[in-house]
Design a protein around this ligand. Structure first.
Ligand SMILES: Cc1cc2nc3c(=O)[nH]c(=O)nc-3n(C[C@H](O)[C@H](O)[C@H](O)COP(=O)(O)O)c2cc1C
Length: 487
């Protein structure tokens, strides 16, 4: 069994919304952080997630019903990652803690975020004025999970009040308390109250993790120890200093920012981080250089390939993306295209729907529908399946009394239906509308009829029948576009 994570004499990457995703956490560990906190994740959203083992990336993903990857983690950080949640409800907190318990080293509750959207739900800093709720949440967690539980607070108006709160907190059995030495209404630019952290550390029996020193106290790795001594704390937690240059954790650092950004981008590509999230973090690192030529390229980027171009990493990006795609195909069990196989009563082929092979307003699904009308047959009927491995979709179409599907899995429902239609059309020898087939009867008819109201009949039909109108290029993504949150 793994050793319980200790919070004594450690240096930690602080929880940071949008910043604390997997690439940043792994890089912080590489450079020397002992413990890494994930960004705050809200209990209600997490409770709806499904745990999915991603065999392509070798990660564990917690995937929301809308396919967003809310939290992605991997073996490399398993013993040192702390899952921070936003909660105001002991039962819901426990549901989420149990969901992630096997994949993380500890659970933390955010009790310091002063932003309205957190406090109005009774979470974050709102908990500071409700110590009974704090105790209820922490007790429930400590007794309900087998891994350490911690919390992160801000200081209260007086030293006495802060010490008394921490005493109540430690009675719940938590493994540590992180103390951000500012009042709820103080901003991150205000001076830090090191003396209050010190008084708390002296009075407490659990390890105290000092936080809040990034602006003027911790600029280099050597400053970390100074900050620890000044606050009389067990440990230190860094947010902004790490966000600006995460090599602050390296005793032999700091490394040049270019190297840090390159290392960060490599992890982001390797772990299919959401490109907008990658871009956000790199912009934070560039700081005042964000208007430089490189910064402008970065700001205009939409994909990891674009971002890589701004950092001279195109080859790495292309190679890594190809390797991941190859792995994905292997897992899908590729077989020669167009080889017809029977799986029970279903005719299958290994077919992928490739949009660019078709004219913009034509699709195999549309062709099949038109064929059914022309031949006065029943309209094709689609059934959808989804697998947990990678949330891939596979559709089976019933047409003319037979069933057809592609043996390959697609990223979206729409593509899965198109792939099933291709198999059906190929098996039945019906034109499928690929570029080059333009002069087939059906295409000519479509061209004559035109598109009414900018919508094809097929689209109107699928609107009536399916309700799934997501864009075809949609892919799952990592928690990339939540607003930044500072507490
Ligand atoms: C971009 C950003 C996001 C943050 N998100 C969180 C969060 O999710 N949870 C949390 O407890 N604190 C959050 N904080 C607050 C930090 O963890 C930390 O308490 C604060 O920045 C003071 O530490 P520092 O001086 O080392 O930056 C965030 C701070 C920043 C800059």
């Amino acid at each position: 069994m793994a050793e319980r994570l200790s919070f004594r004499n450690i240096t930690a990457l602080a929880p940071m919304v949008r910043v604390g995703t997997l690439p940043m956490r792994l890089l912080a560990l590489d450079y020397g952080a002992d413990v890494v906190y994930c960004e705050e994740l809200i209990d209600i959203k997490m409770a709806q997630c499904e745990r999915v083992v991603n065999e392509v990336l070798h990660t564990v993903d917690f995937v929301a019903p809308d396919e967003r990857v809310m939290f992605r983690t991997c073996e490399q950080e398993k013993e040192r990652v702390v899952f921070q949640m936003g909660t105001a409800d002991p039962d819901r907190a426990l549901i989420v803690a149990k969901l992630v318990e096997k994949d993380v080293a500890a659970i933390d509750v955010n009790m310091g975020c002063p932003k309205e959207y957190s406090t109005k739900g009774g979470m974050g800093a709102a908990l500071l004025s409700n110590p009974d709720k704090i105790v209820a949440i922490l007790r429930t967690l400590v007794t309900g999970v087998s891994i350490p539980v911690t919390c992160k607070i801000r200081i209260l108006p007086t030293v006495e009040e802060t010490v008394s709160l921490v005493r109540r907190i430690e009675e719940t059995g938590v493994a540590a308390v992180a103390v951000h030495g500012r009042l709820r209404e103080e901003r991150p630019r205000h001076p830090l109250n090191c003396d209050v952290i010190k008084a708390v550390a002296e009075a407490a029996s659990v390890p105290i993790i000092a936080n809040g020193g990034s602006l003027d106290l911790v600029k280099t790795n050597a400053d970390i120890e100074e900050f620890r001594k000044k606050t009389g704390s067990s440990s230190v937690m860094l947010a902004r200093a790490a966000m600006w240059n995460v090599s602050v954790f390296s005793p032999s650092g700091p490394l040049p920012l270019e190297k840090v950004m390159e290392d960060y981008l490599k992890y982001a590509i390797r772990y299919e981080n959401h490109a907008f999230n990658t871009k956000y973090c790199l912009c934070q690192m560039l700081r005042d250089k964000v208007e430089s030529p490189q910064g402008k390229l970065l700001q205009a980027a939409q994909t990891h390939a674009d971002i890589s171009a701004a950092f001279g990493l195109q080859q790495f990006c292309q190679q890594t993306e190809e390797e991941l795609q190859k792995k994905r195909s292997e897992l899908q069990g590729d077989c020669p295209p167009d080889a017809l196989r029977m799986e029970g009563d279903v005719s299958t082929m290994a077919v992928k729907f490739i949009r660019r092979e078709y004219l913009p307003h034509f699709s195999p699904k549309m062709f099949l529908l038109e064929w059914s009308r022309k031949e006065k047959l029943q309209q094709p009927l689609y059934e959808m399946a989804q697998r947990s491995l990678d949330r891939g979709f596979q559709s089976t179409v019933t047409f003319a009394g037979k069933r057809f599907r592609s043996s390959l899995w697609e990223k979206s429902k729409k593509f899965a239906e198109q792939a099933a239609s291709v198999v059906c059309l190929r098996v039945l020898g019906i034109p499928e509308g690929r570029i080059g087939d333009e002069e087939s009867d059906l295409v000519c008819k479509r061209k004559r009829d035109g598109r009414t109201n900018g919508t094809t009949e097929e689209e109107q039909s699928s609107k009536r029948h399916s309700g799934d109108m997501r864009p075809e290029a949609e892919t799952p993504h990592v928690n990339g576009d939540t607003p930044p949150e500072k507490s």
